[in-house]
Design a protein around this ligand. Structure first.
Ligand SMILES: NC(=O)c1ccc[n+]([C@@H]2O[C@H](COP(=O)([O-])OP(=O)(O)OC[C@H]3O[C@@H](n4cnc5c(N)ncnc54)[C@H](OP(=O)(O)O)[C@@H]3O)[C@@H](O)[C@H]2O)c1
Length: 283
């Protein structure tokens, strides 16, 4: 039989088409939403992501700006750029593309971004607000995962969710959002004993590990929903953290890679930028 496919591409498209009239309404009121992405150096993966984000903006009729700075930019110079963007009323969203070079203290940069322009949801204020269930910019990948589950009519409340991975930008906030949706949440990581026994308990299994095809069928409870956050380059192909071909035989629903969480992440960034613009324009 096999699992049903959760089509992230299609859900992301629906999210974007719902944003279109909101962008149009903002433009009508003289406030074109604008996202500025700051990129240091020329990491090829970052280049790809930045281009995709700029493209998404343009397609939605939003203003997009990419500030390409040399790898050797000093921290105080970067802080000055951020402070200028914070003050610029034409900039609704600021995104500093990670990873940053090692000579820059990531936290100092993330903390310098105006939390109301922090469309990536990485400022400690937004992380704290998420933690207490206050209105906040939600980090795009975790937000995308939740929207994807909801729009696929997958019940979250009361069910057992297992998140493999505890990074600040993916694993932890996904766990937090699932908790808010009333799942019973377990977070696993590289020091978890008998991982397979834990993942087999999951009604909803989230893989955010960064290891190609790590989750195999023996780790999955029959009928479970499996969300694959992983993006790993193996030779010329992109593969997830889930062994898709094998796991789809046991899972109830599964996301593909590519075409799963990735497009959702991009759509939620657009969503956050529109929300920021609506707030600034006083709506
Ligand atoms: N779809 C998207 O838009 C999107 C966005 C962001 C990231 N990603 C992808 O998602 C994946 C995770 O990203 P990340 O930034 O969260 O990565 P990360 O910071 O490297 O975190 C990986 C997590 O996986 C855990 N882990 C590693 N090996 C493990 C093992 N053998 N057993 C159990 N847990 C293990 C680590 O545990 P410890 O904490 O103990 O080290 C860590 O918590 C990557 O493939 C990344 O490319 C996709």
């Amino acid at each position: 039989v096999g699992a049903s496919l959760i089509d992230g591409k299609a859900i992301a498209k629906a999210v974007r088409s719902e944003l279109k009239p909101r962008v149009a309404a903002l433009i009508e009121r003289g406030h074109q939403p604008g996202l500025t992405v700051v990129l240091l150096g020329n990491n090829p993966a970052s280049e790809t992501y930045v281009k995709a984000k700029a493209n998404d903006c343009v397609k939605l009729g939003m203003r997009s700006e990419v500030l390409r700075l040399p790898e050797i930019t000093r921290q105080d110079e970067l802080l000055q750029v951020i402070s200028r963007l914070n003050a610029d009323p034409g900039v609704d969203g600021i995104l500093v593309q990670l990873p940053l070079p090692a000579h820059i203290a990531k936290l100092a940069i993330l903390e310098a971004i105006n939390p109301n322009k922090d469309v990536d949801g990485f400022h400690p204020i937004n992380i704290g607000r998420l933690q207490i269930g206050a209105e906040a910019f939600l980090p795009c990948t975790p937000y995308g995962v939740i929207v994807m589950l909801k729009r696929s009519d997958i019940e979250i409340a009361g069910r057992r969710a297992v998140v493999v991975g505890r990074s600040d930008i993916v694993g932890k906030p996904i766990a937090q959002l699932l908790l808010q949706e009333h799942a019973t949440v377990t977070v696993c990581h590289s020091r978890t004993n008998d991982l397979r026994a834990v993942t087999r308990e999951a009604d909803i299994l989230i893989a955010a590990i960064g290891k190609p095809r790590f989750i195999v069928e023996e780790m999955v409870k029959p009928g479970a929903t499996v969300i694959d956050v992983g993006i790993n380059r193996v030779g010329d192909v992109l593969v997830g953290d889930v062994d898709f071909e094998r796991v789809r035989e046991v899972a109830g629903a599964i996301t593909p890679v590519p075409g799963g969480v990735g497009p959702m992440t991009r759509a939620m960034l657009m969503n956050n930028t529109v929300v920021a613009a609506e707030r600034f324009s006083g709506k």
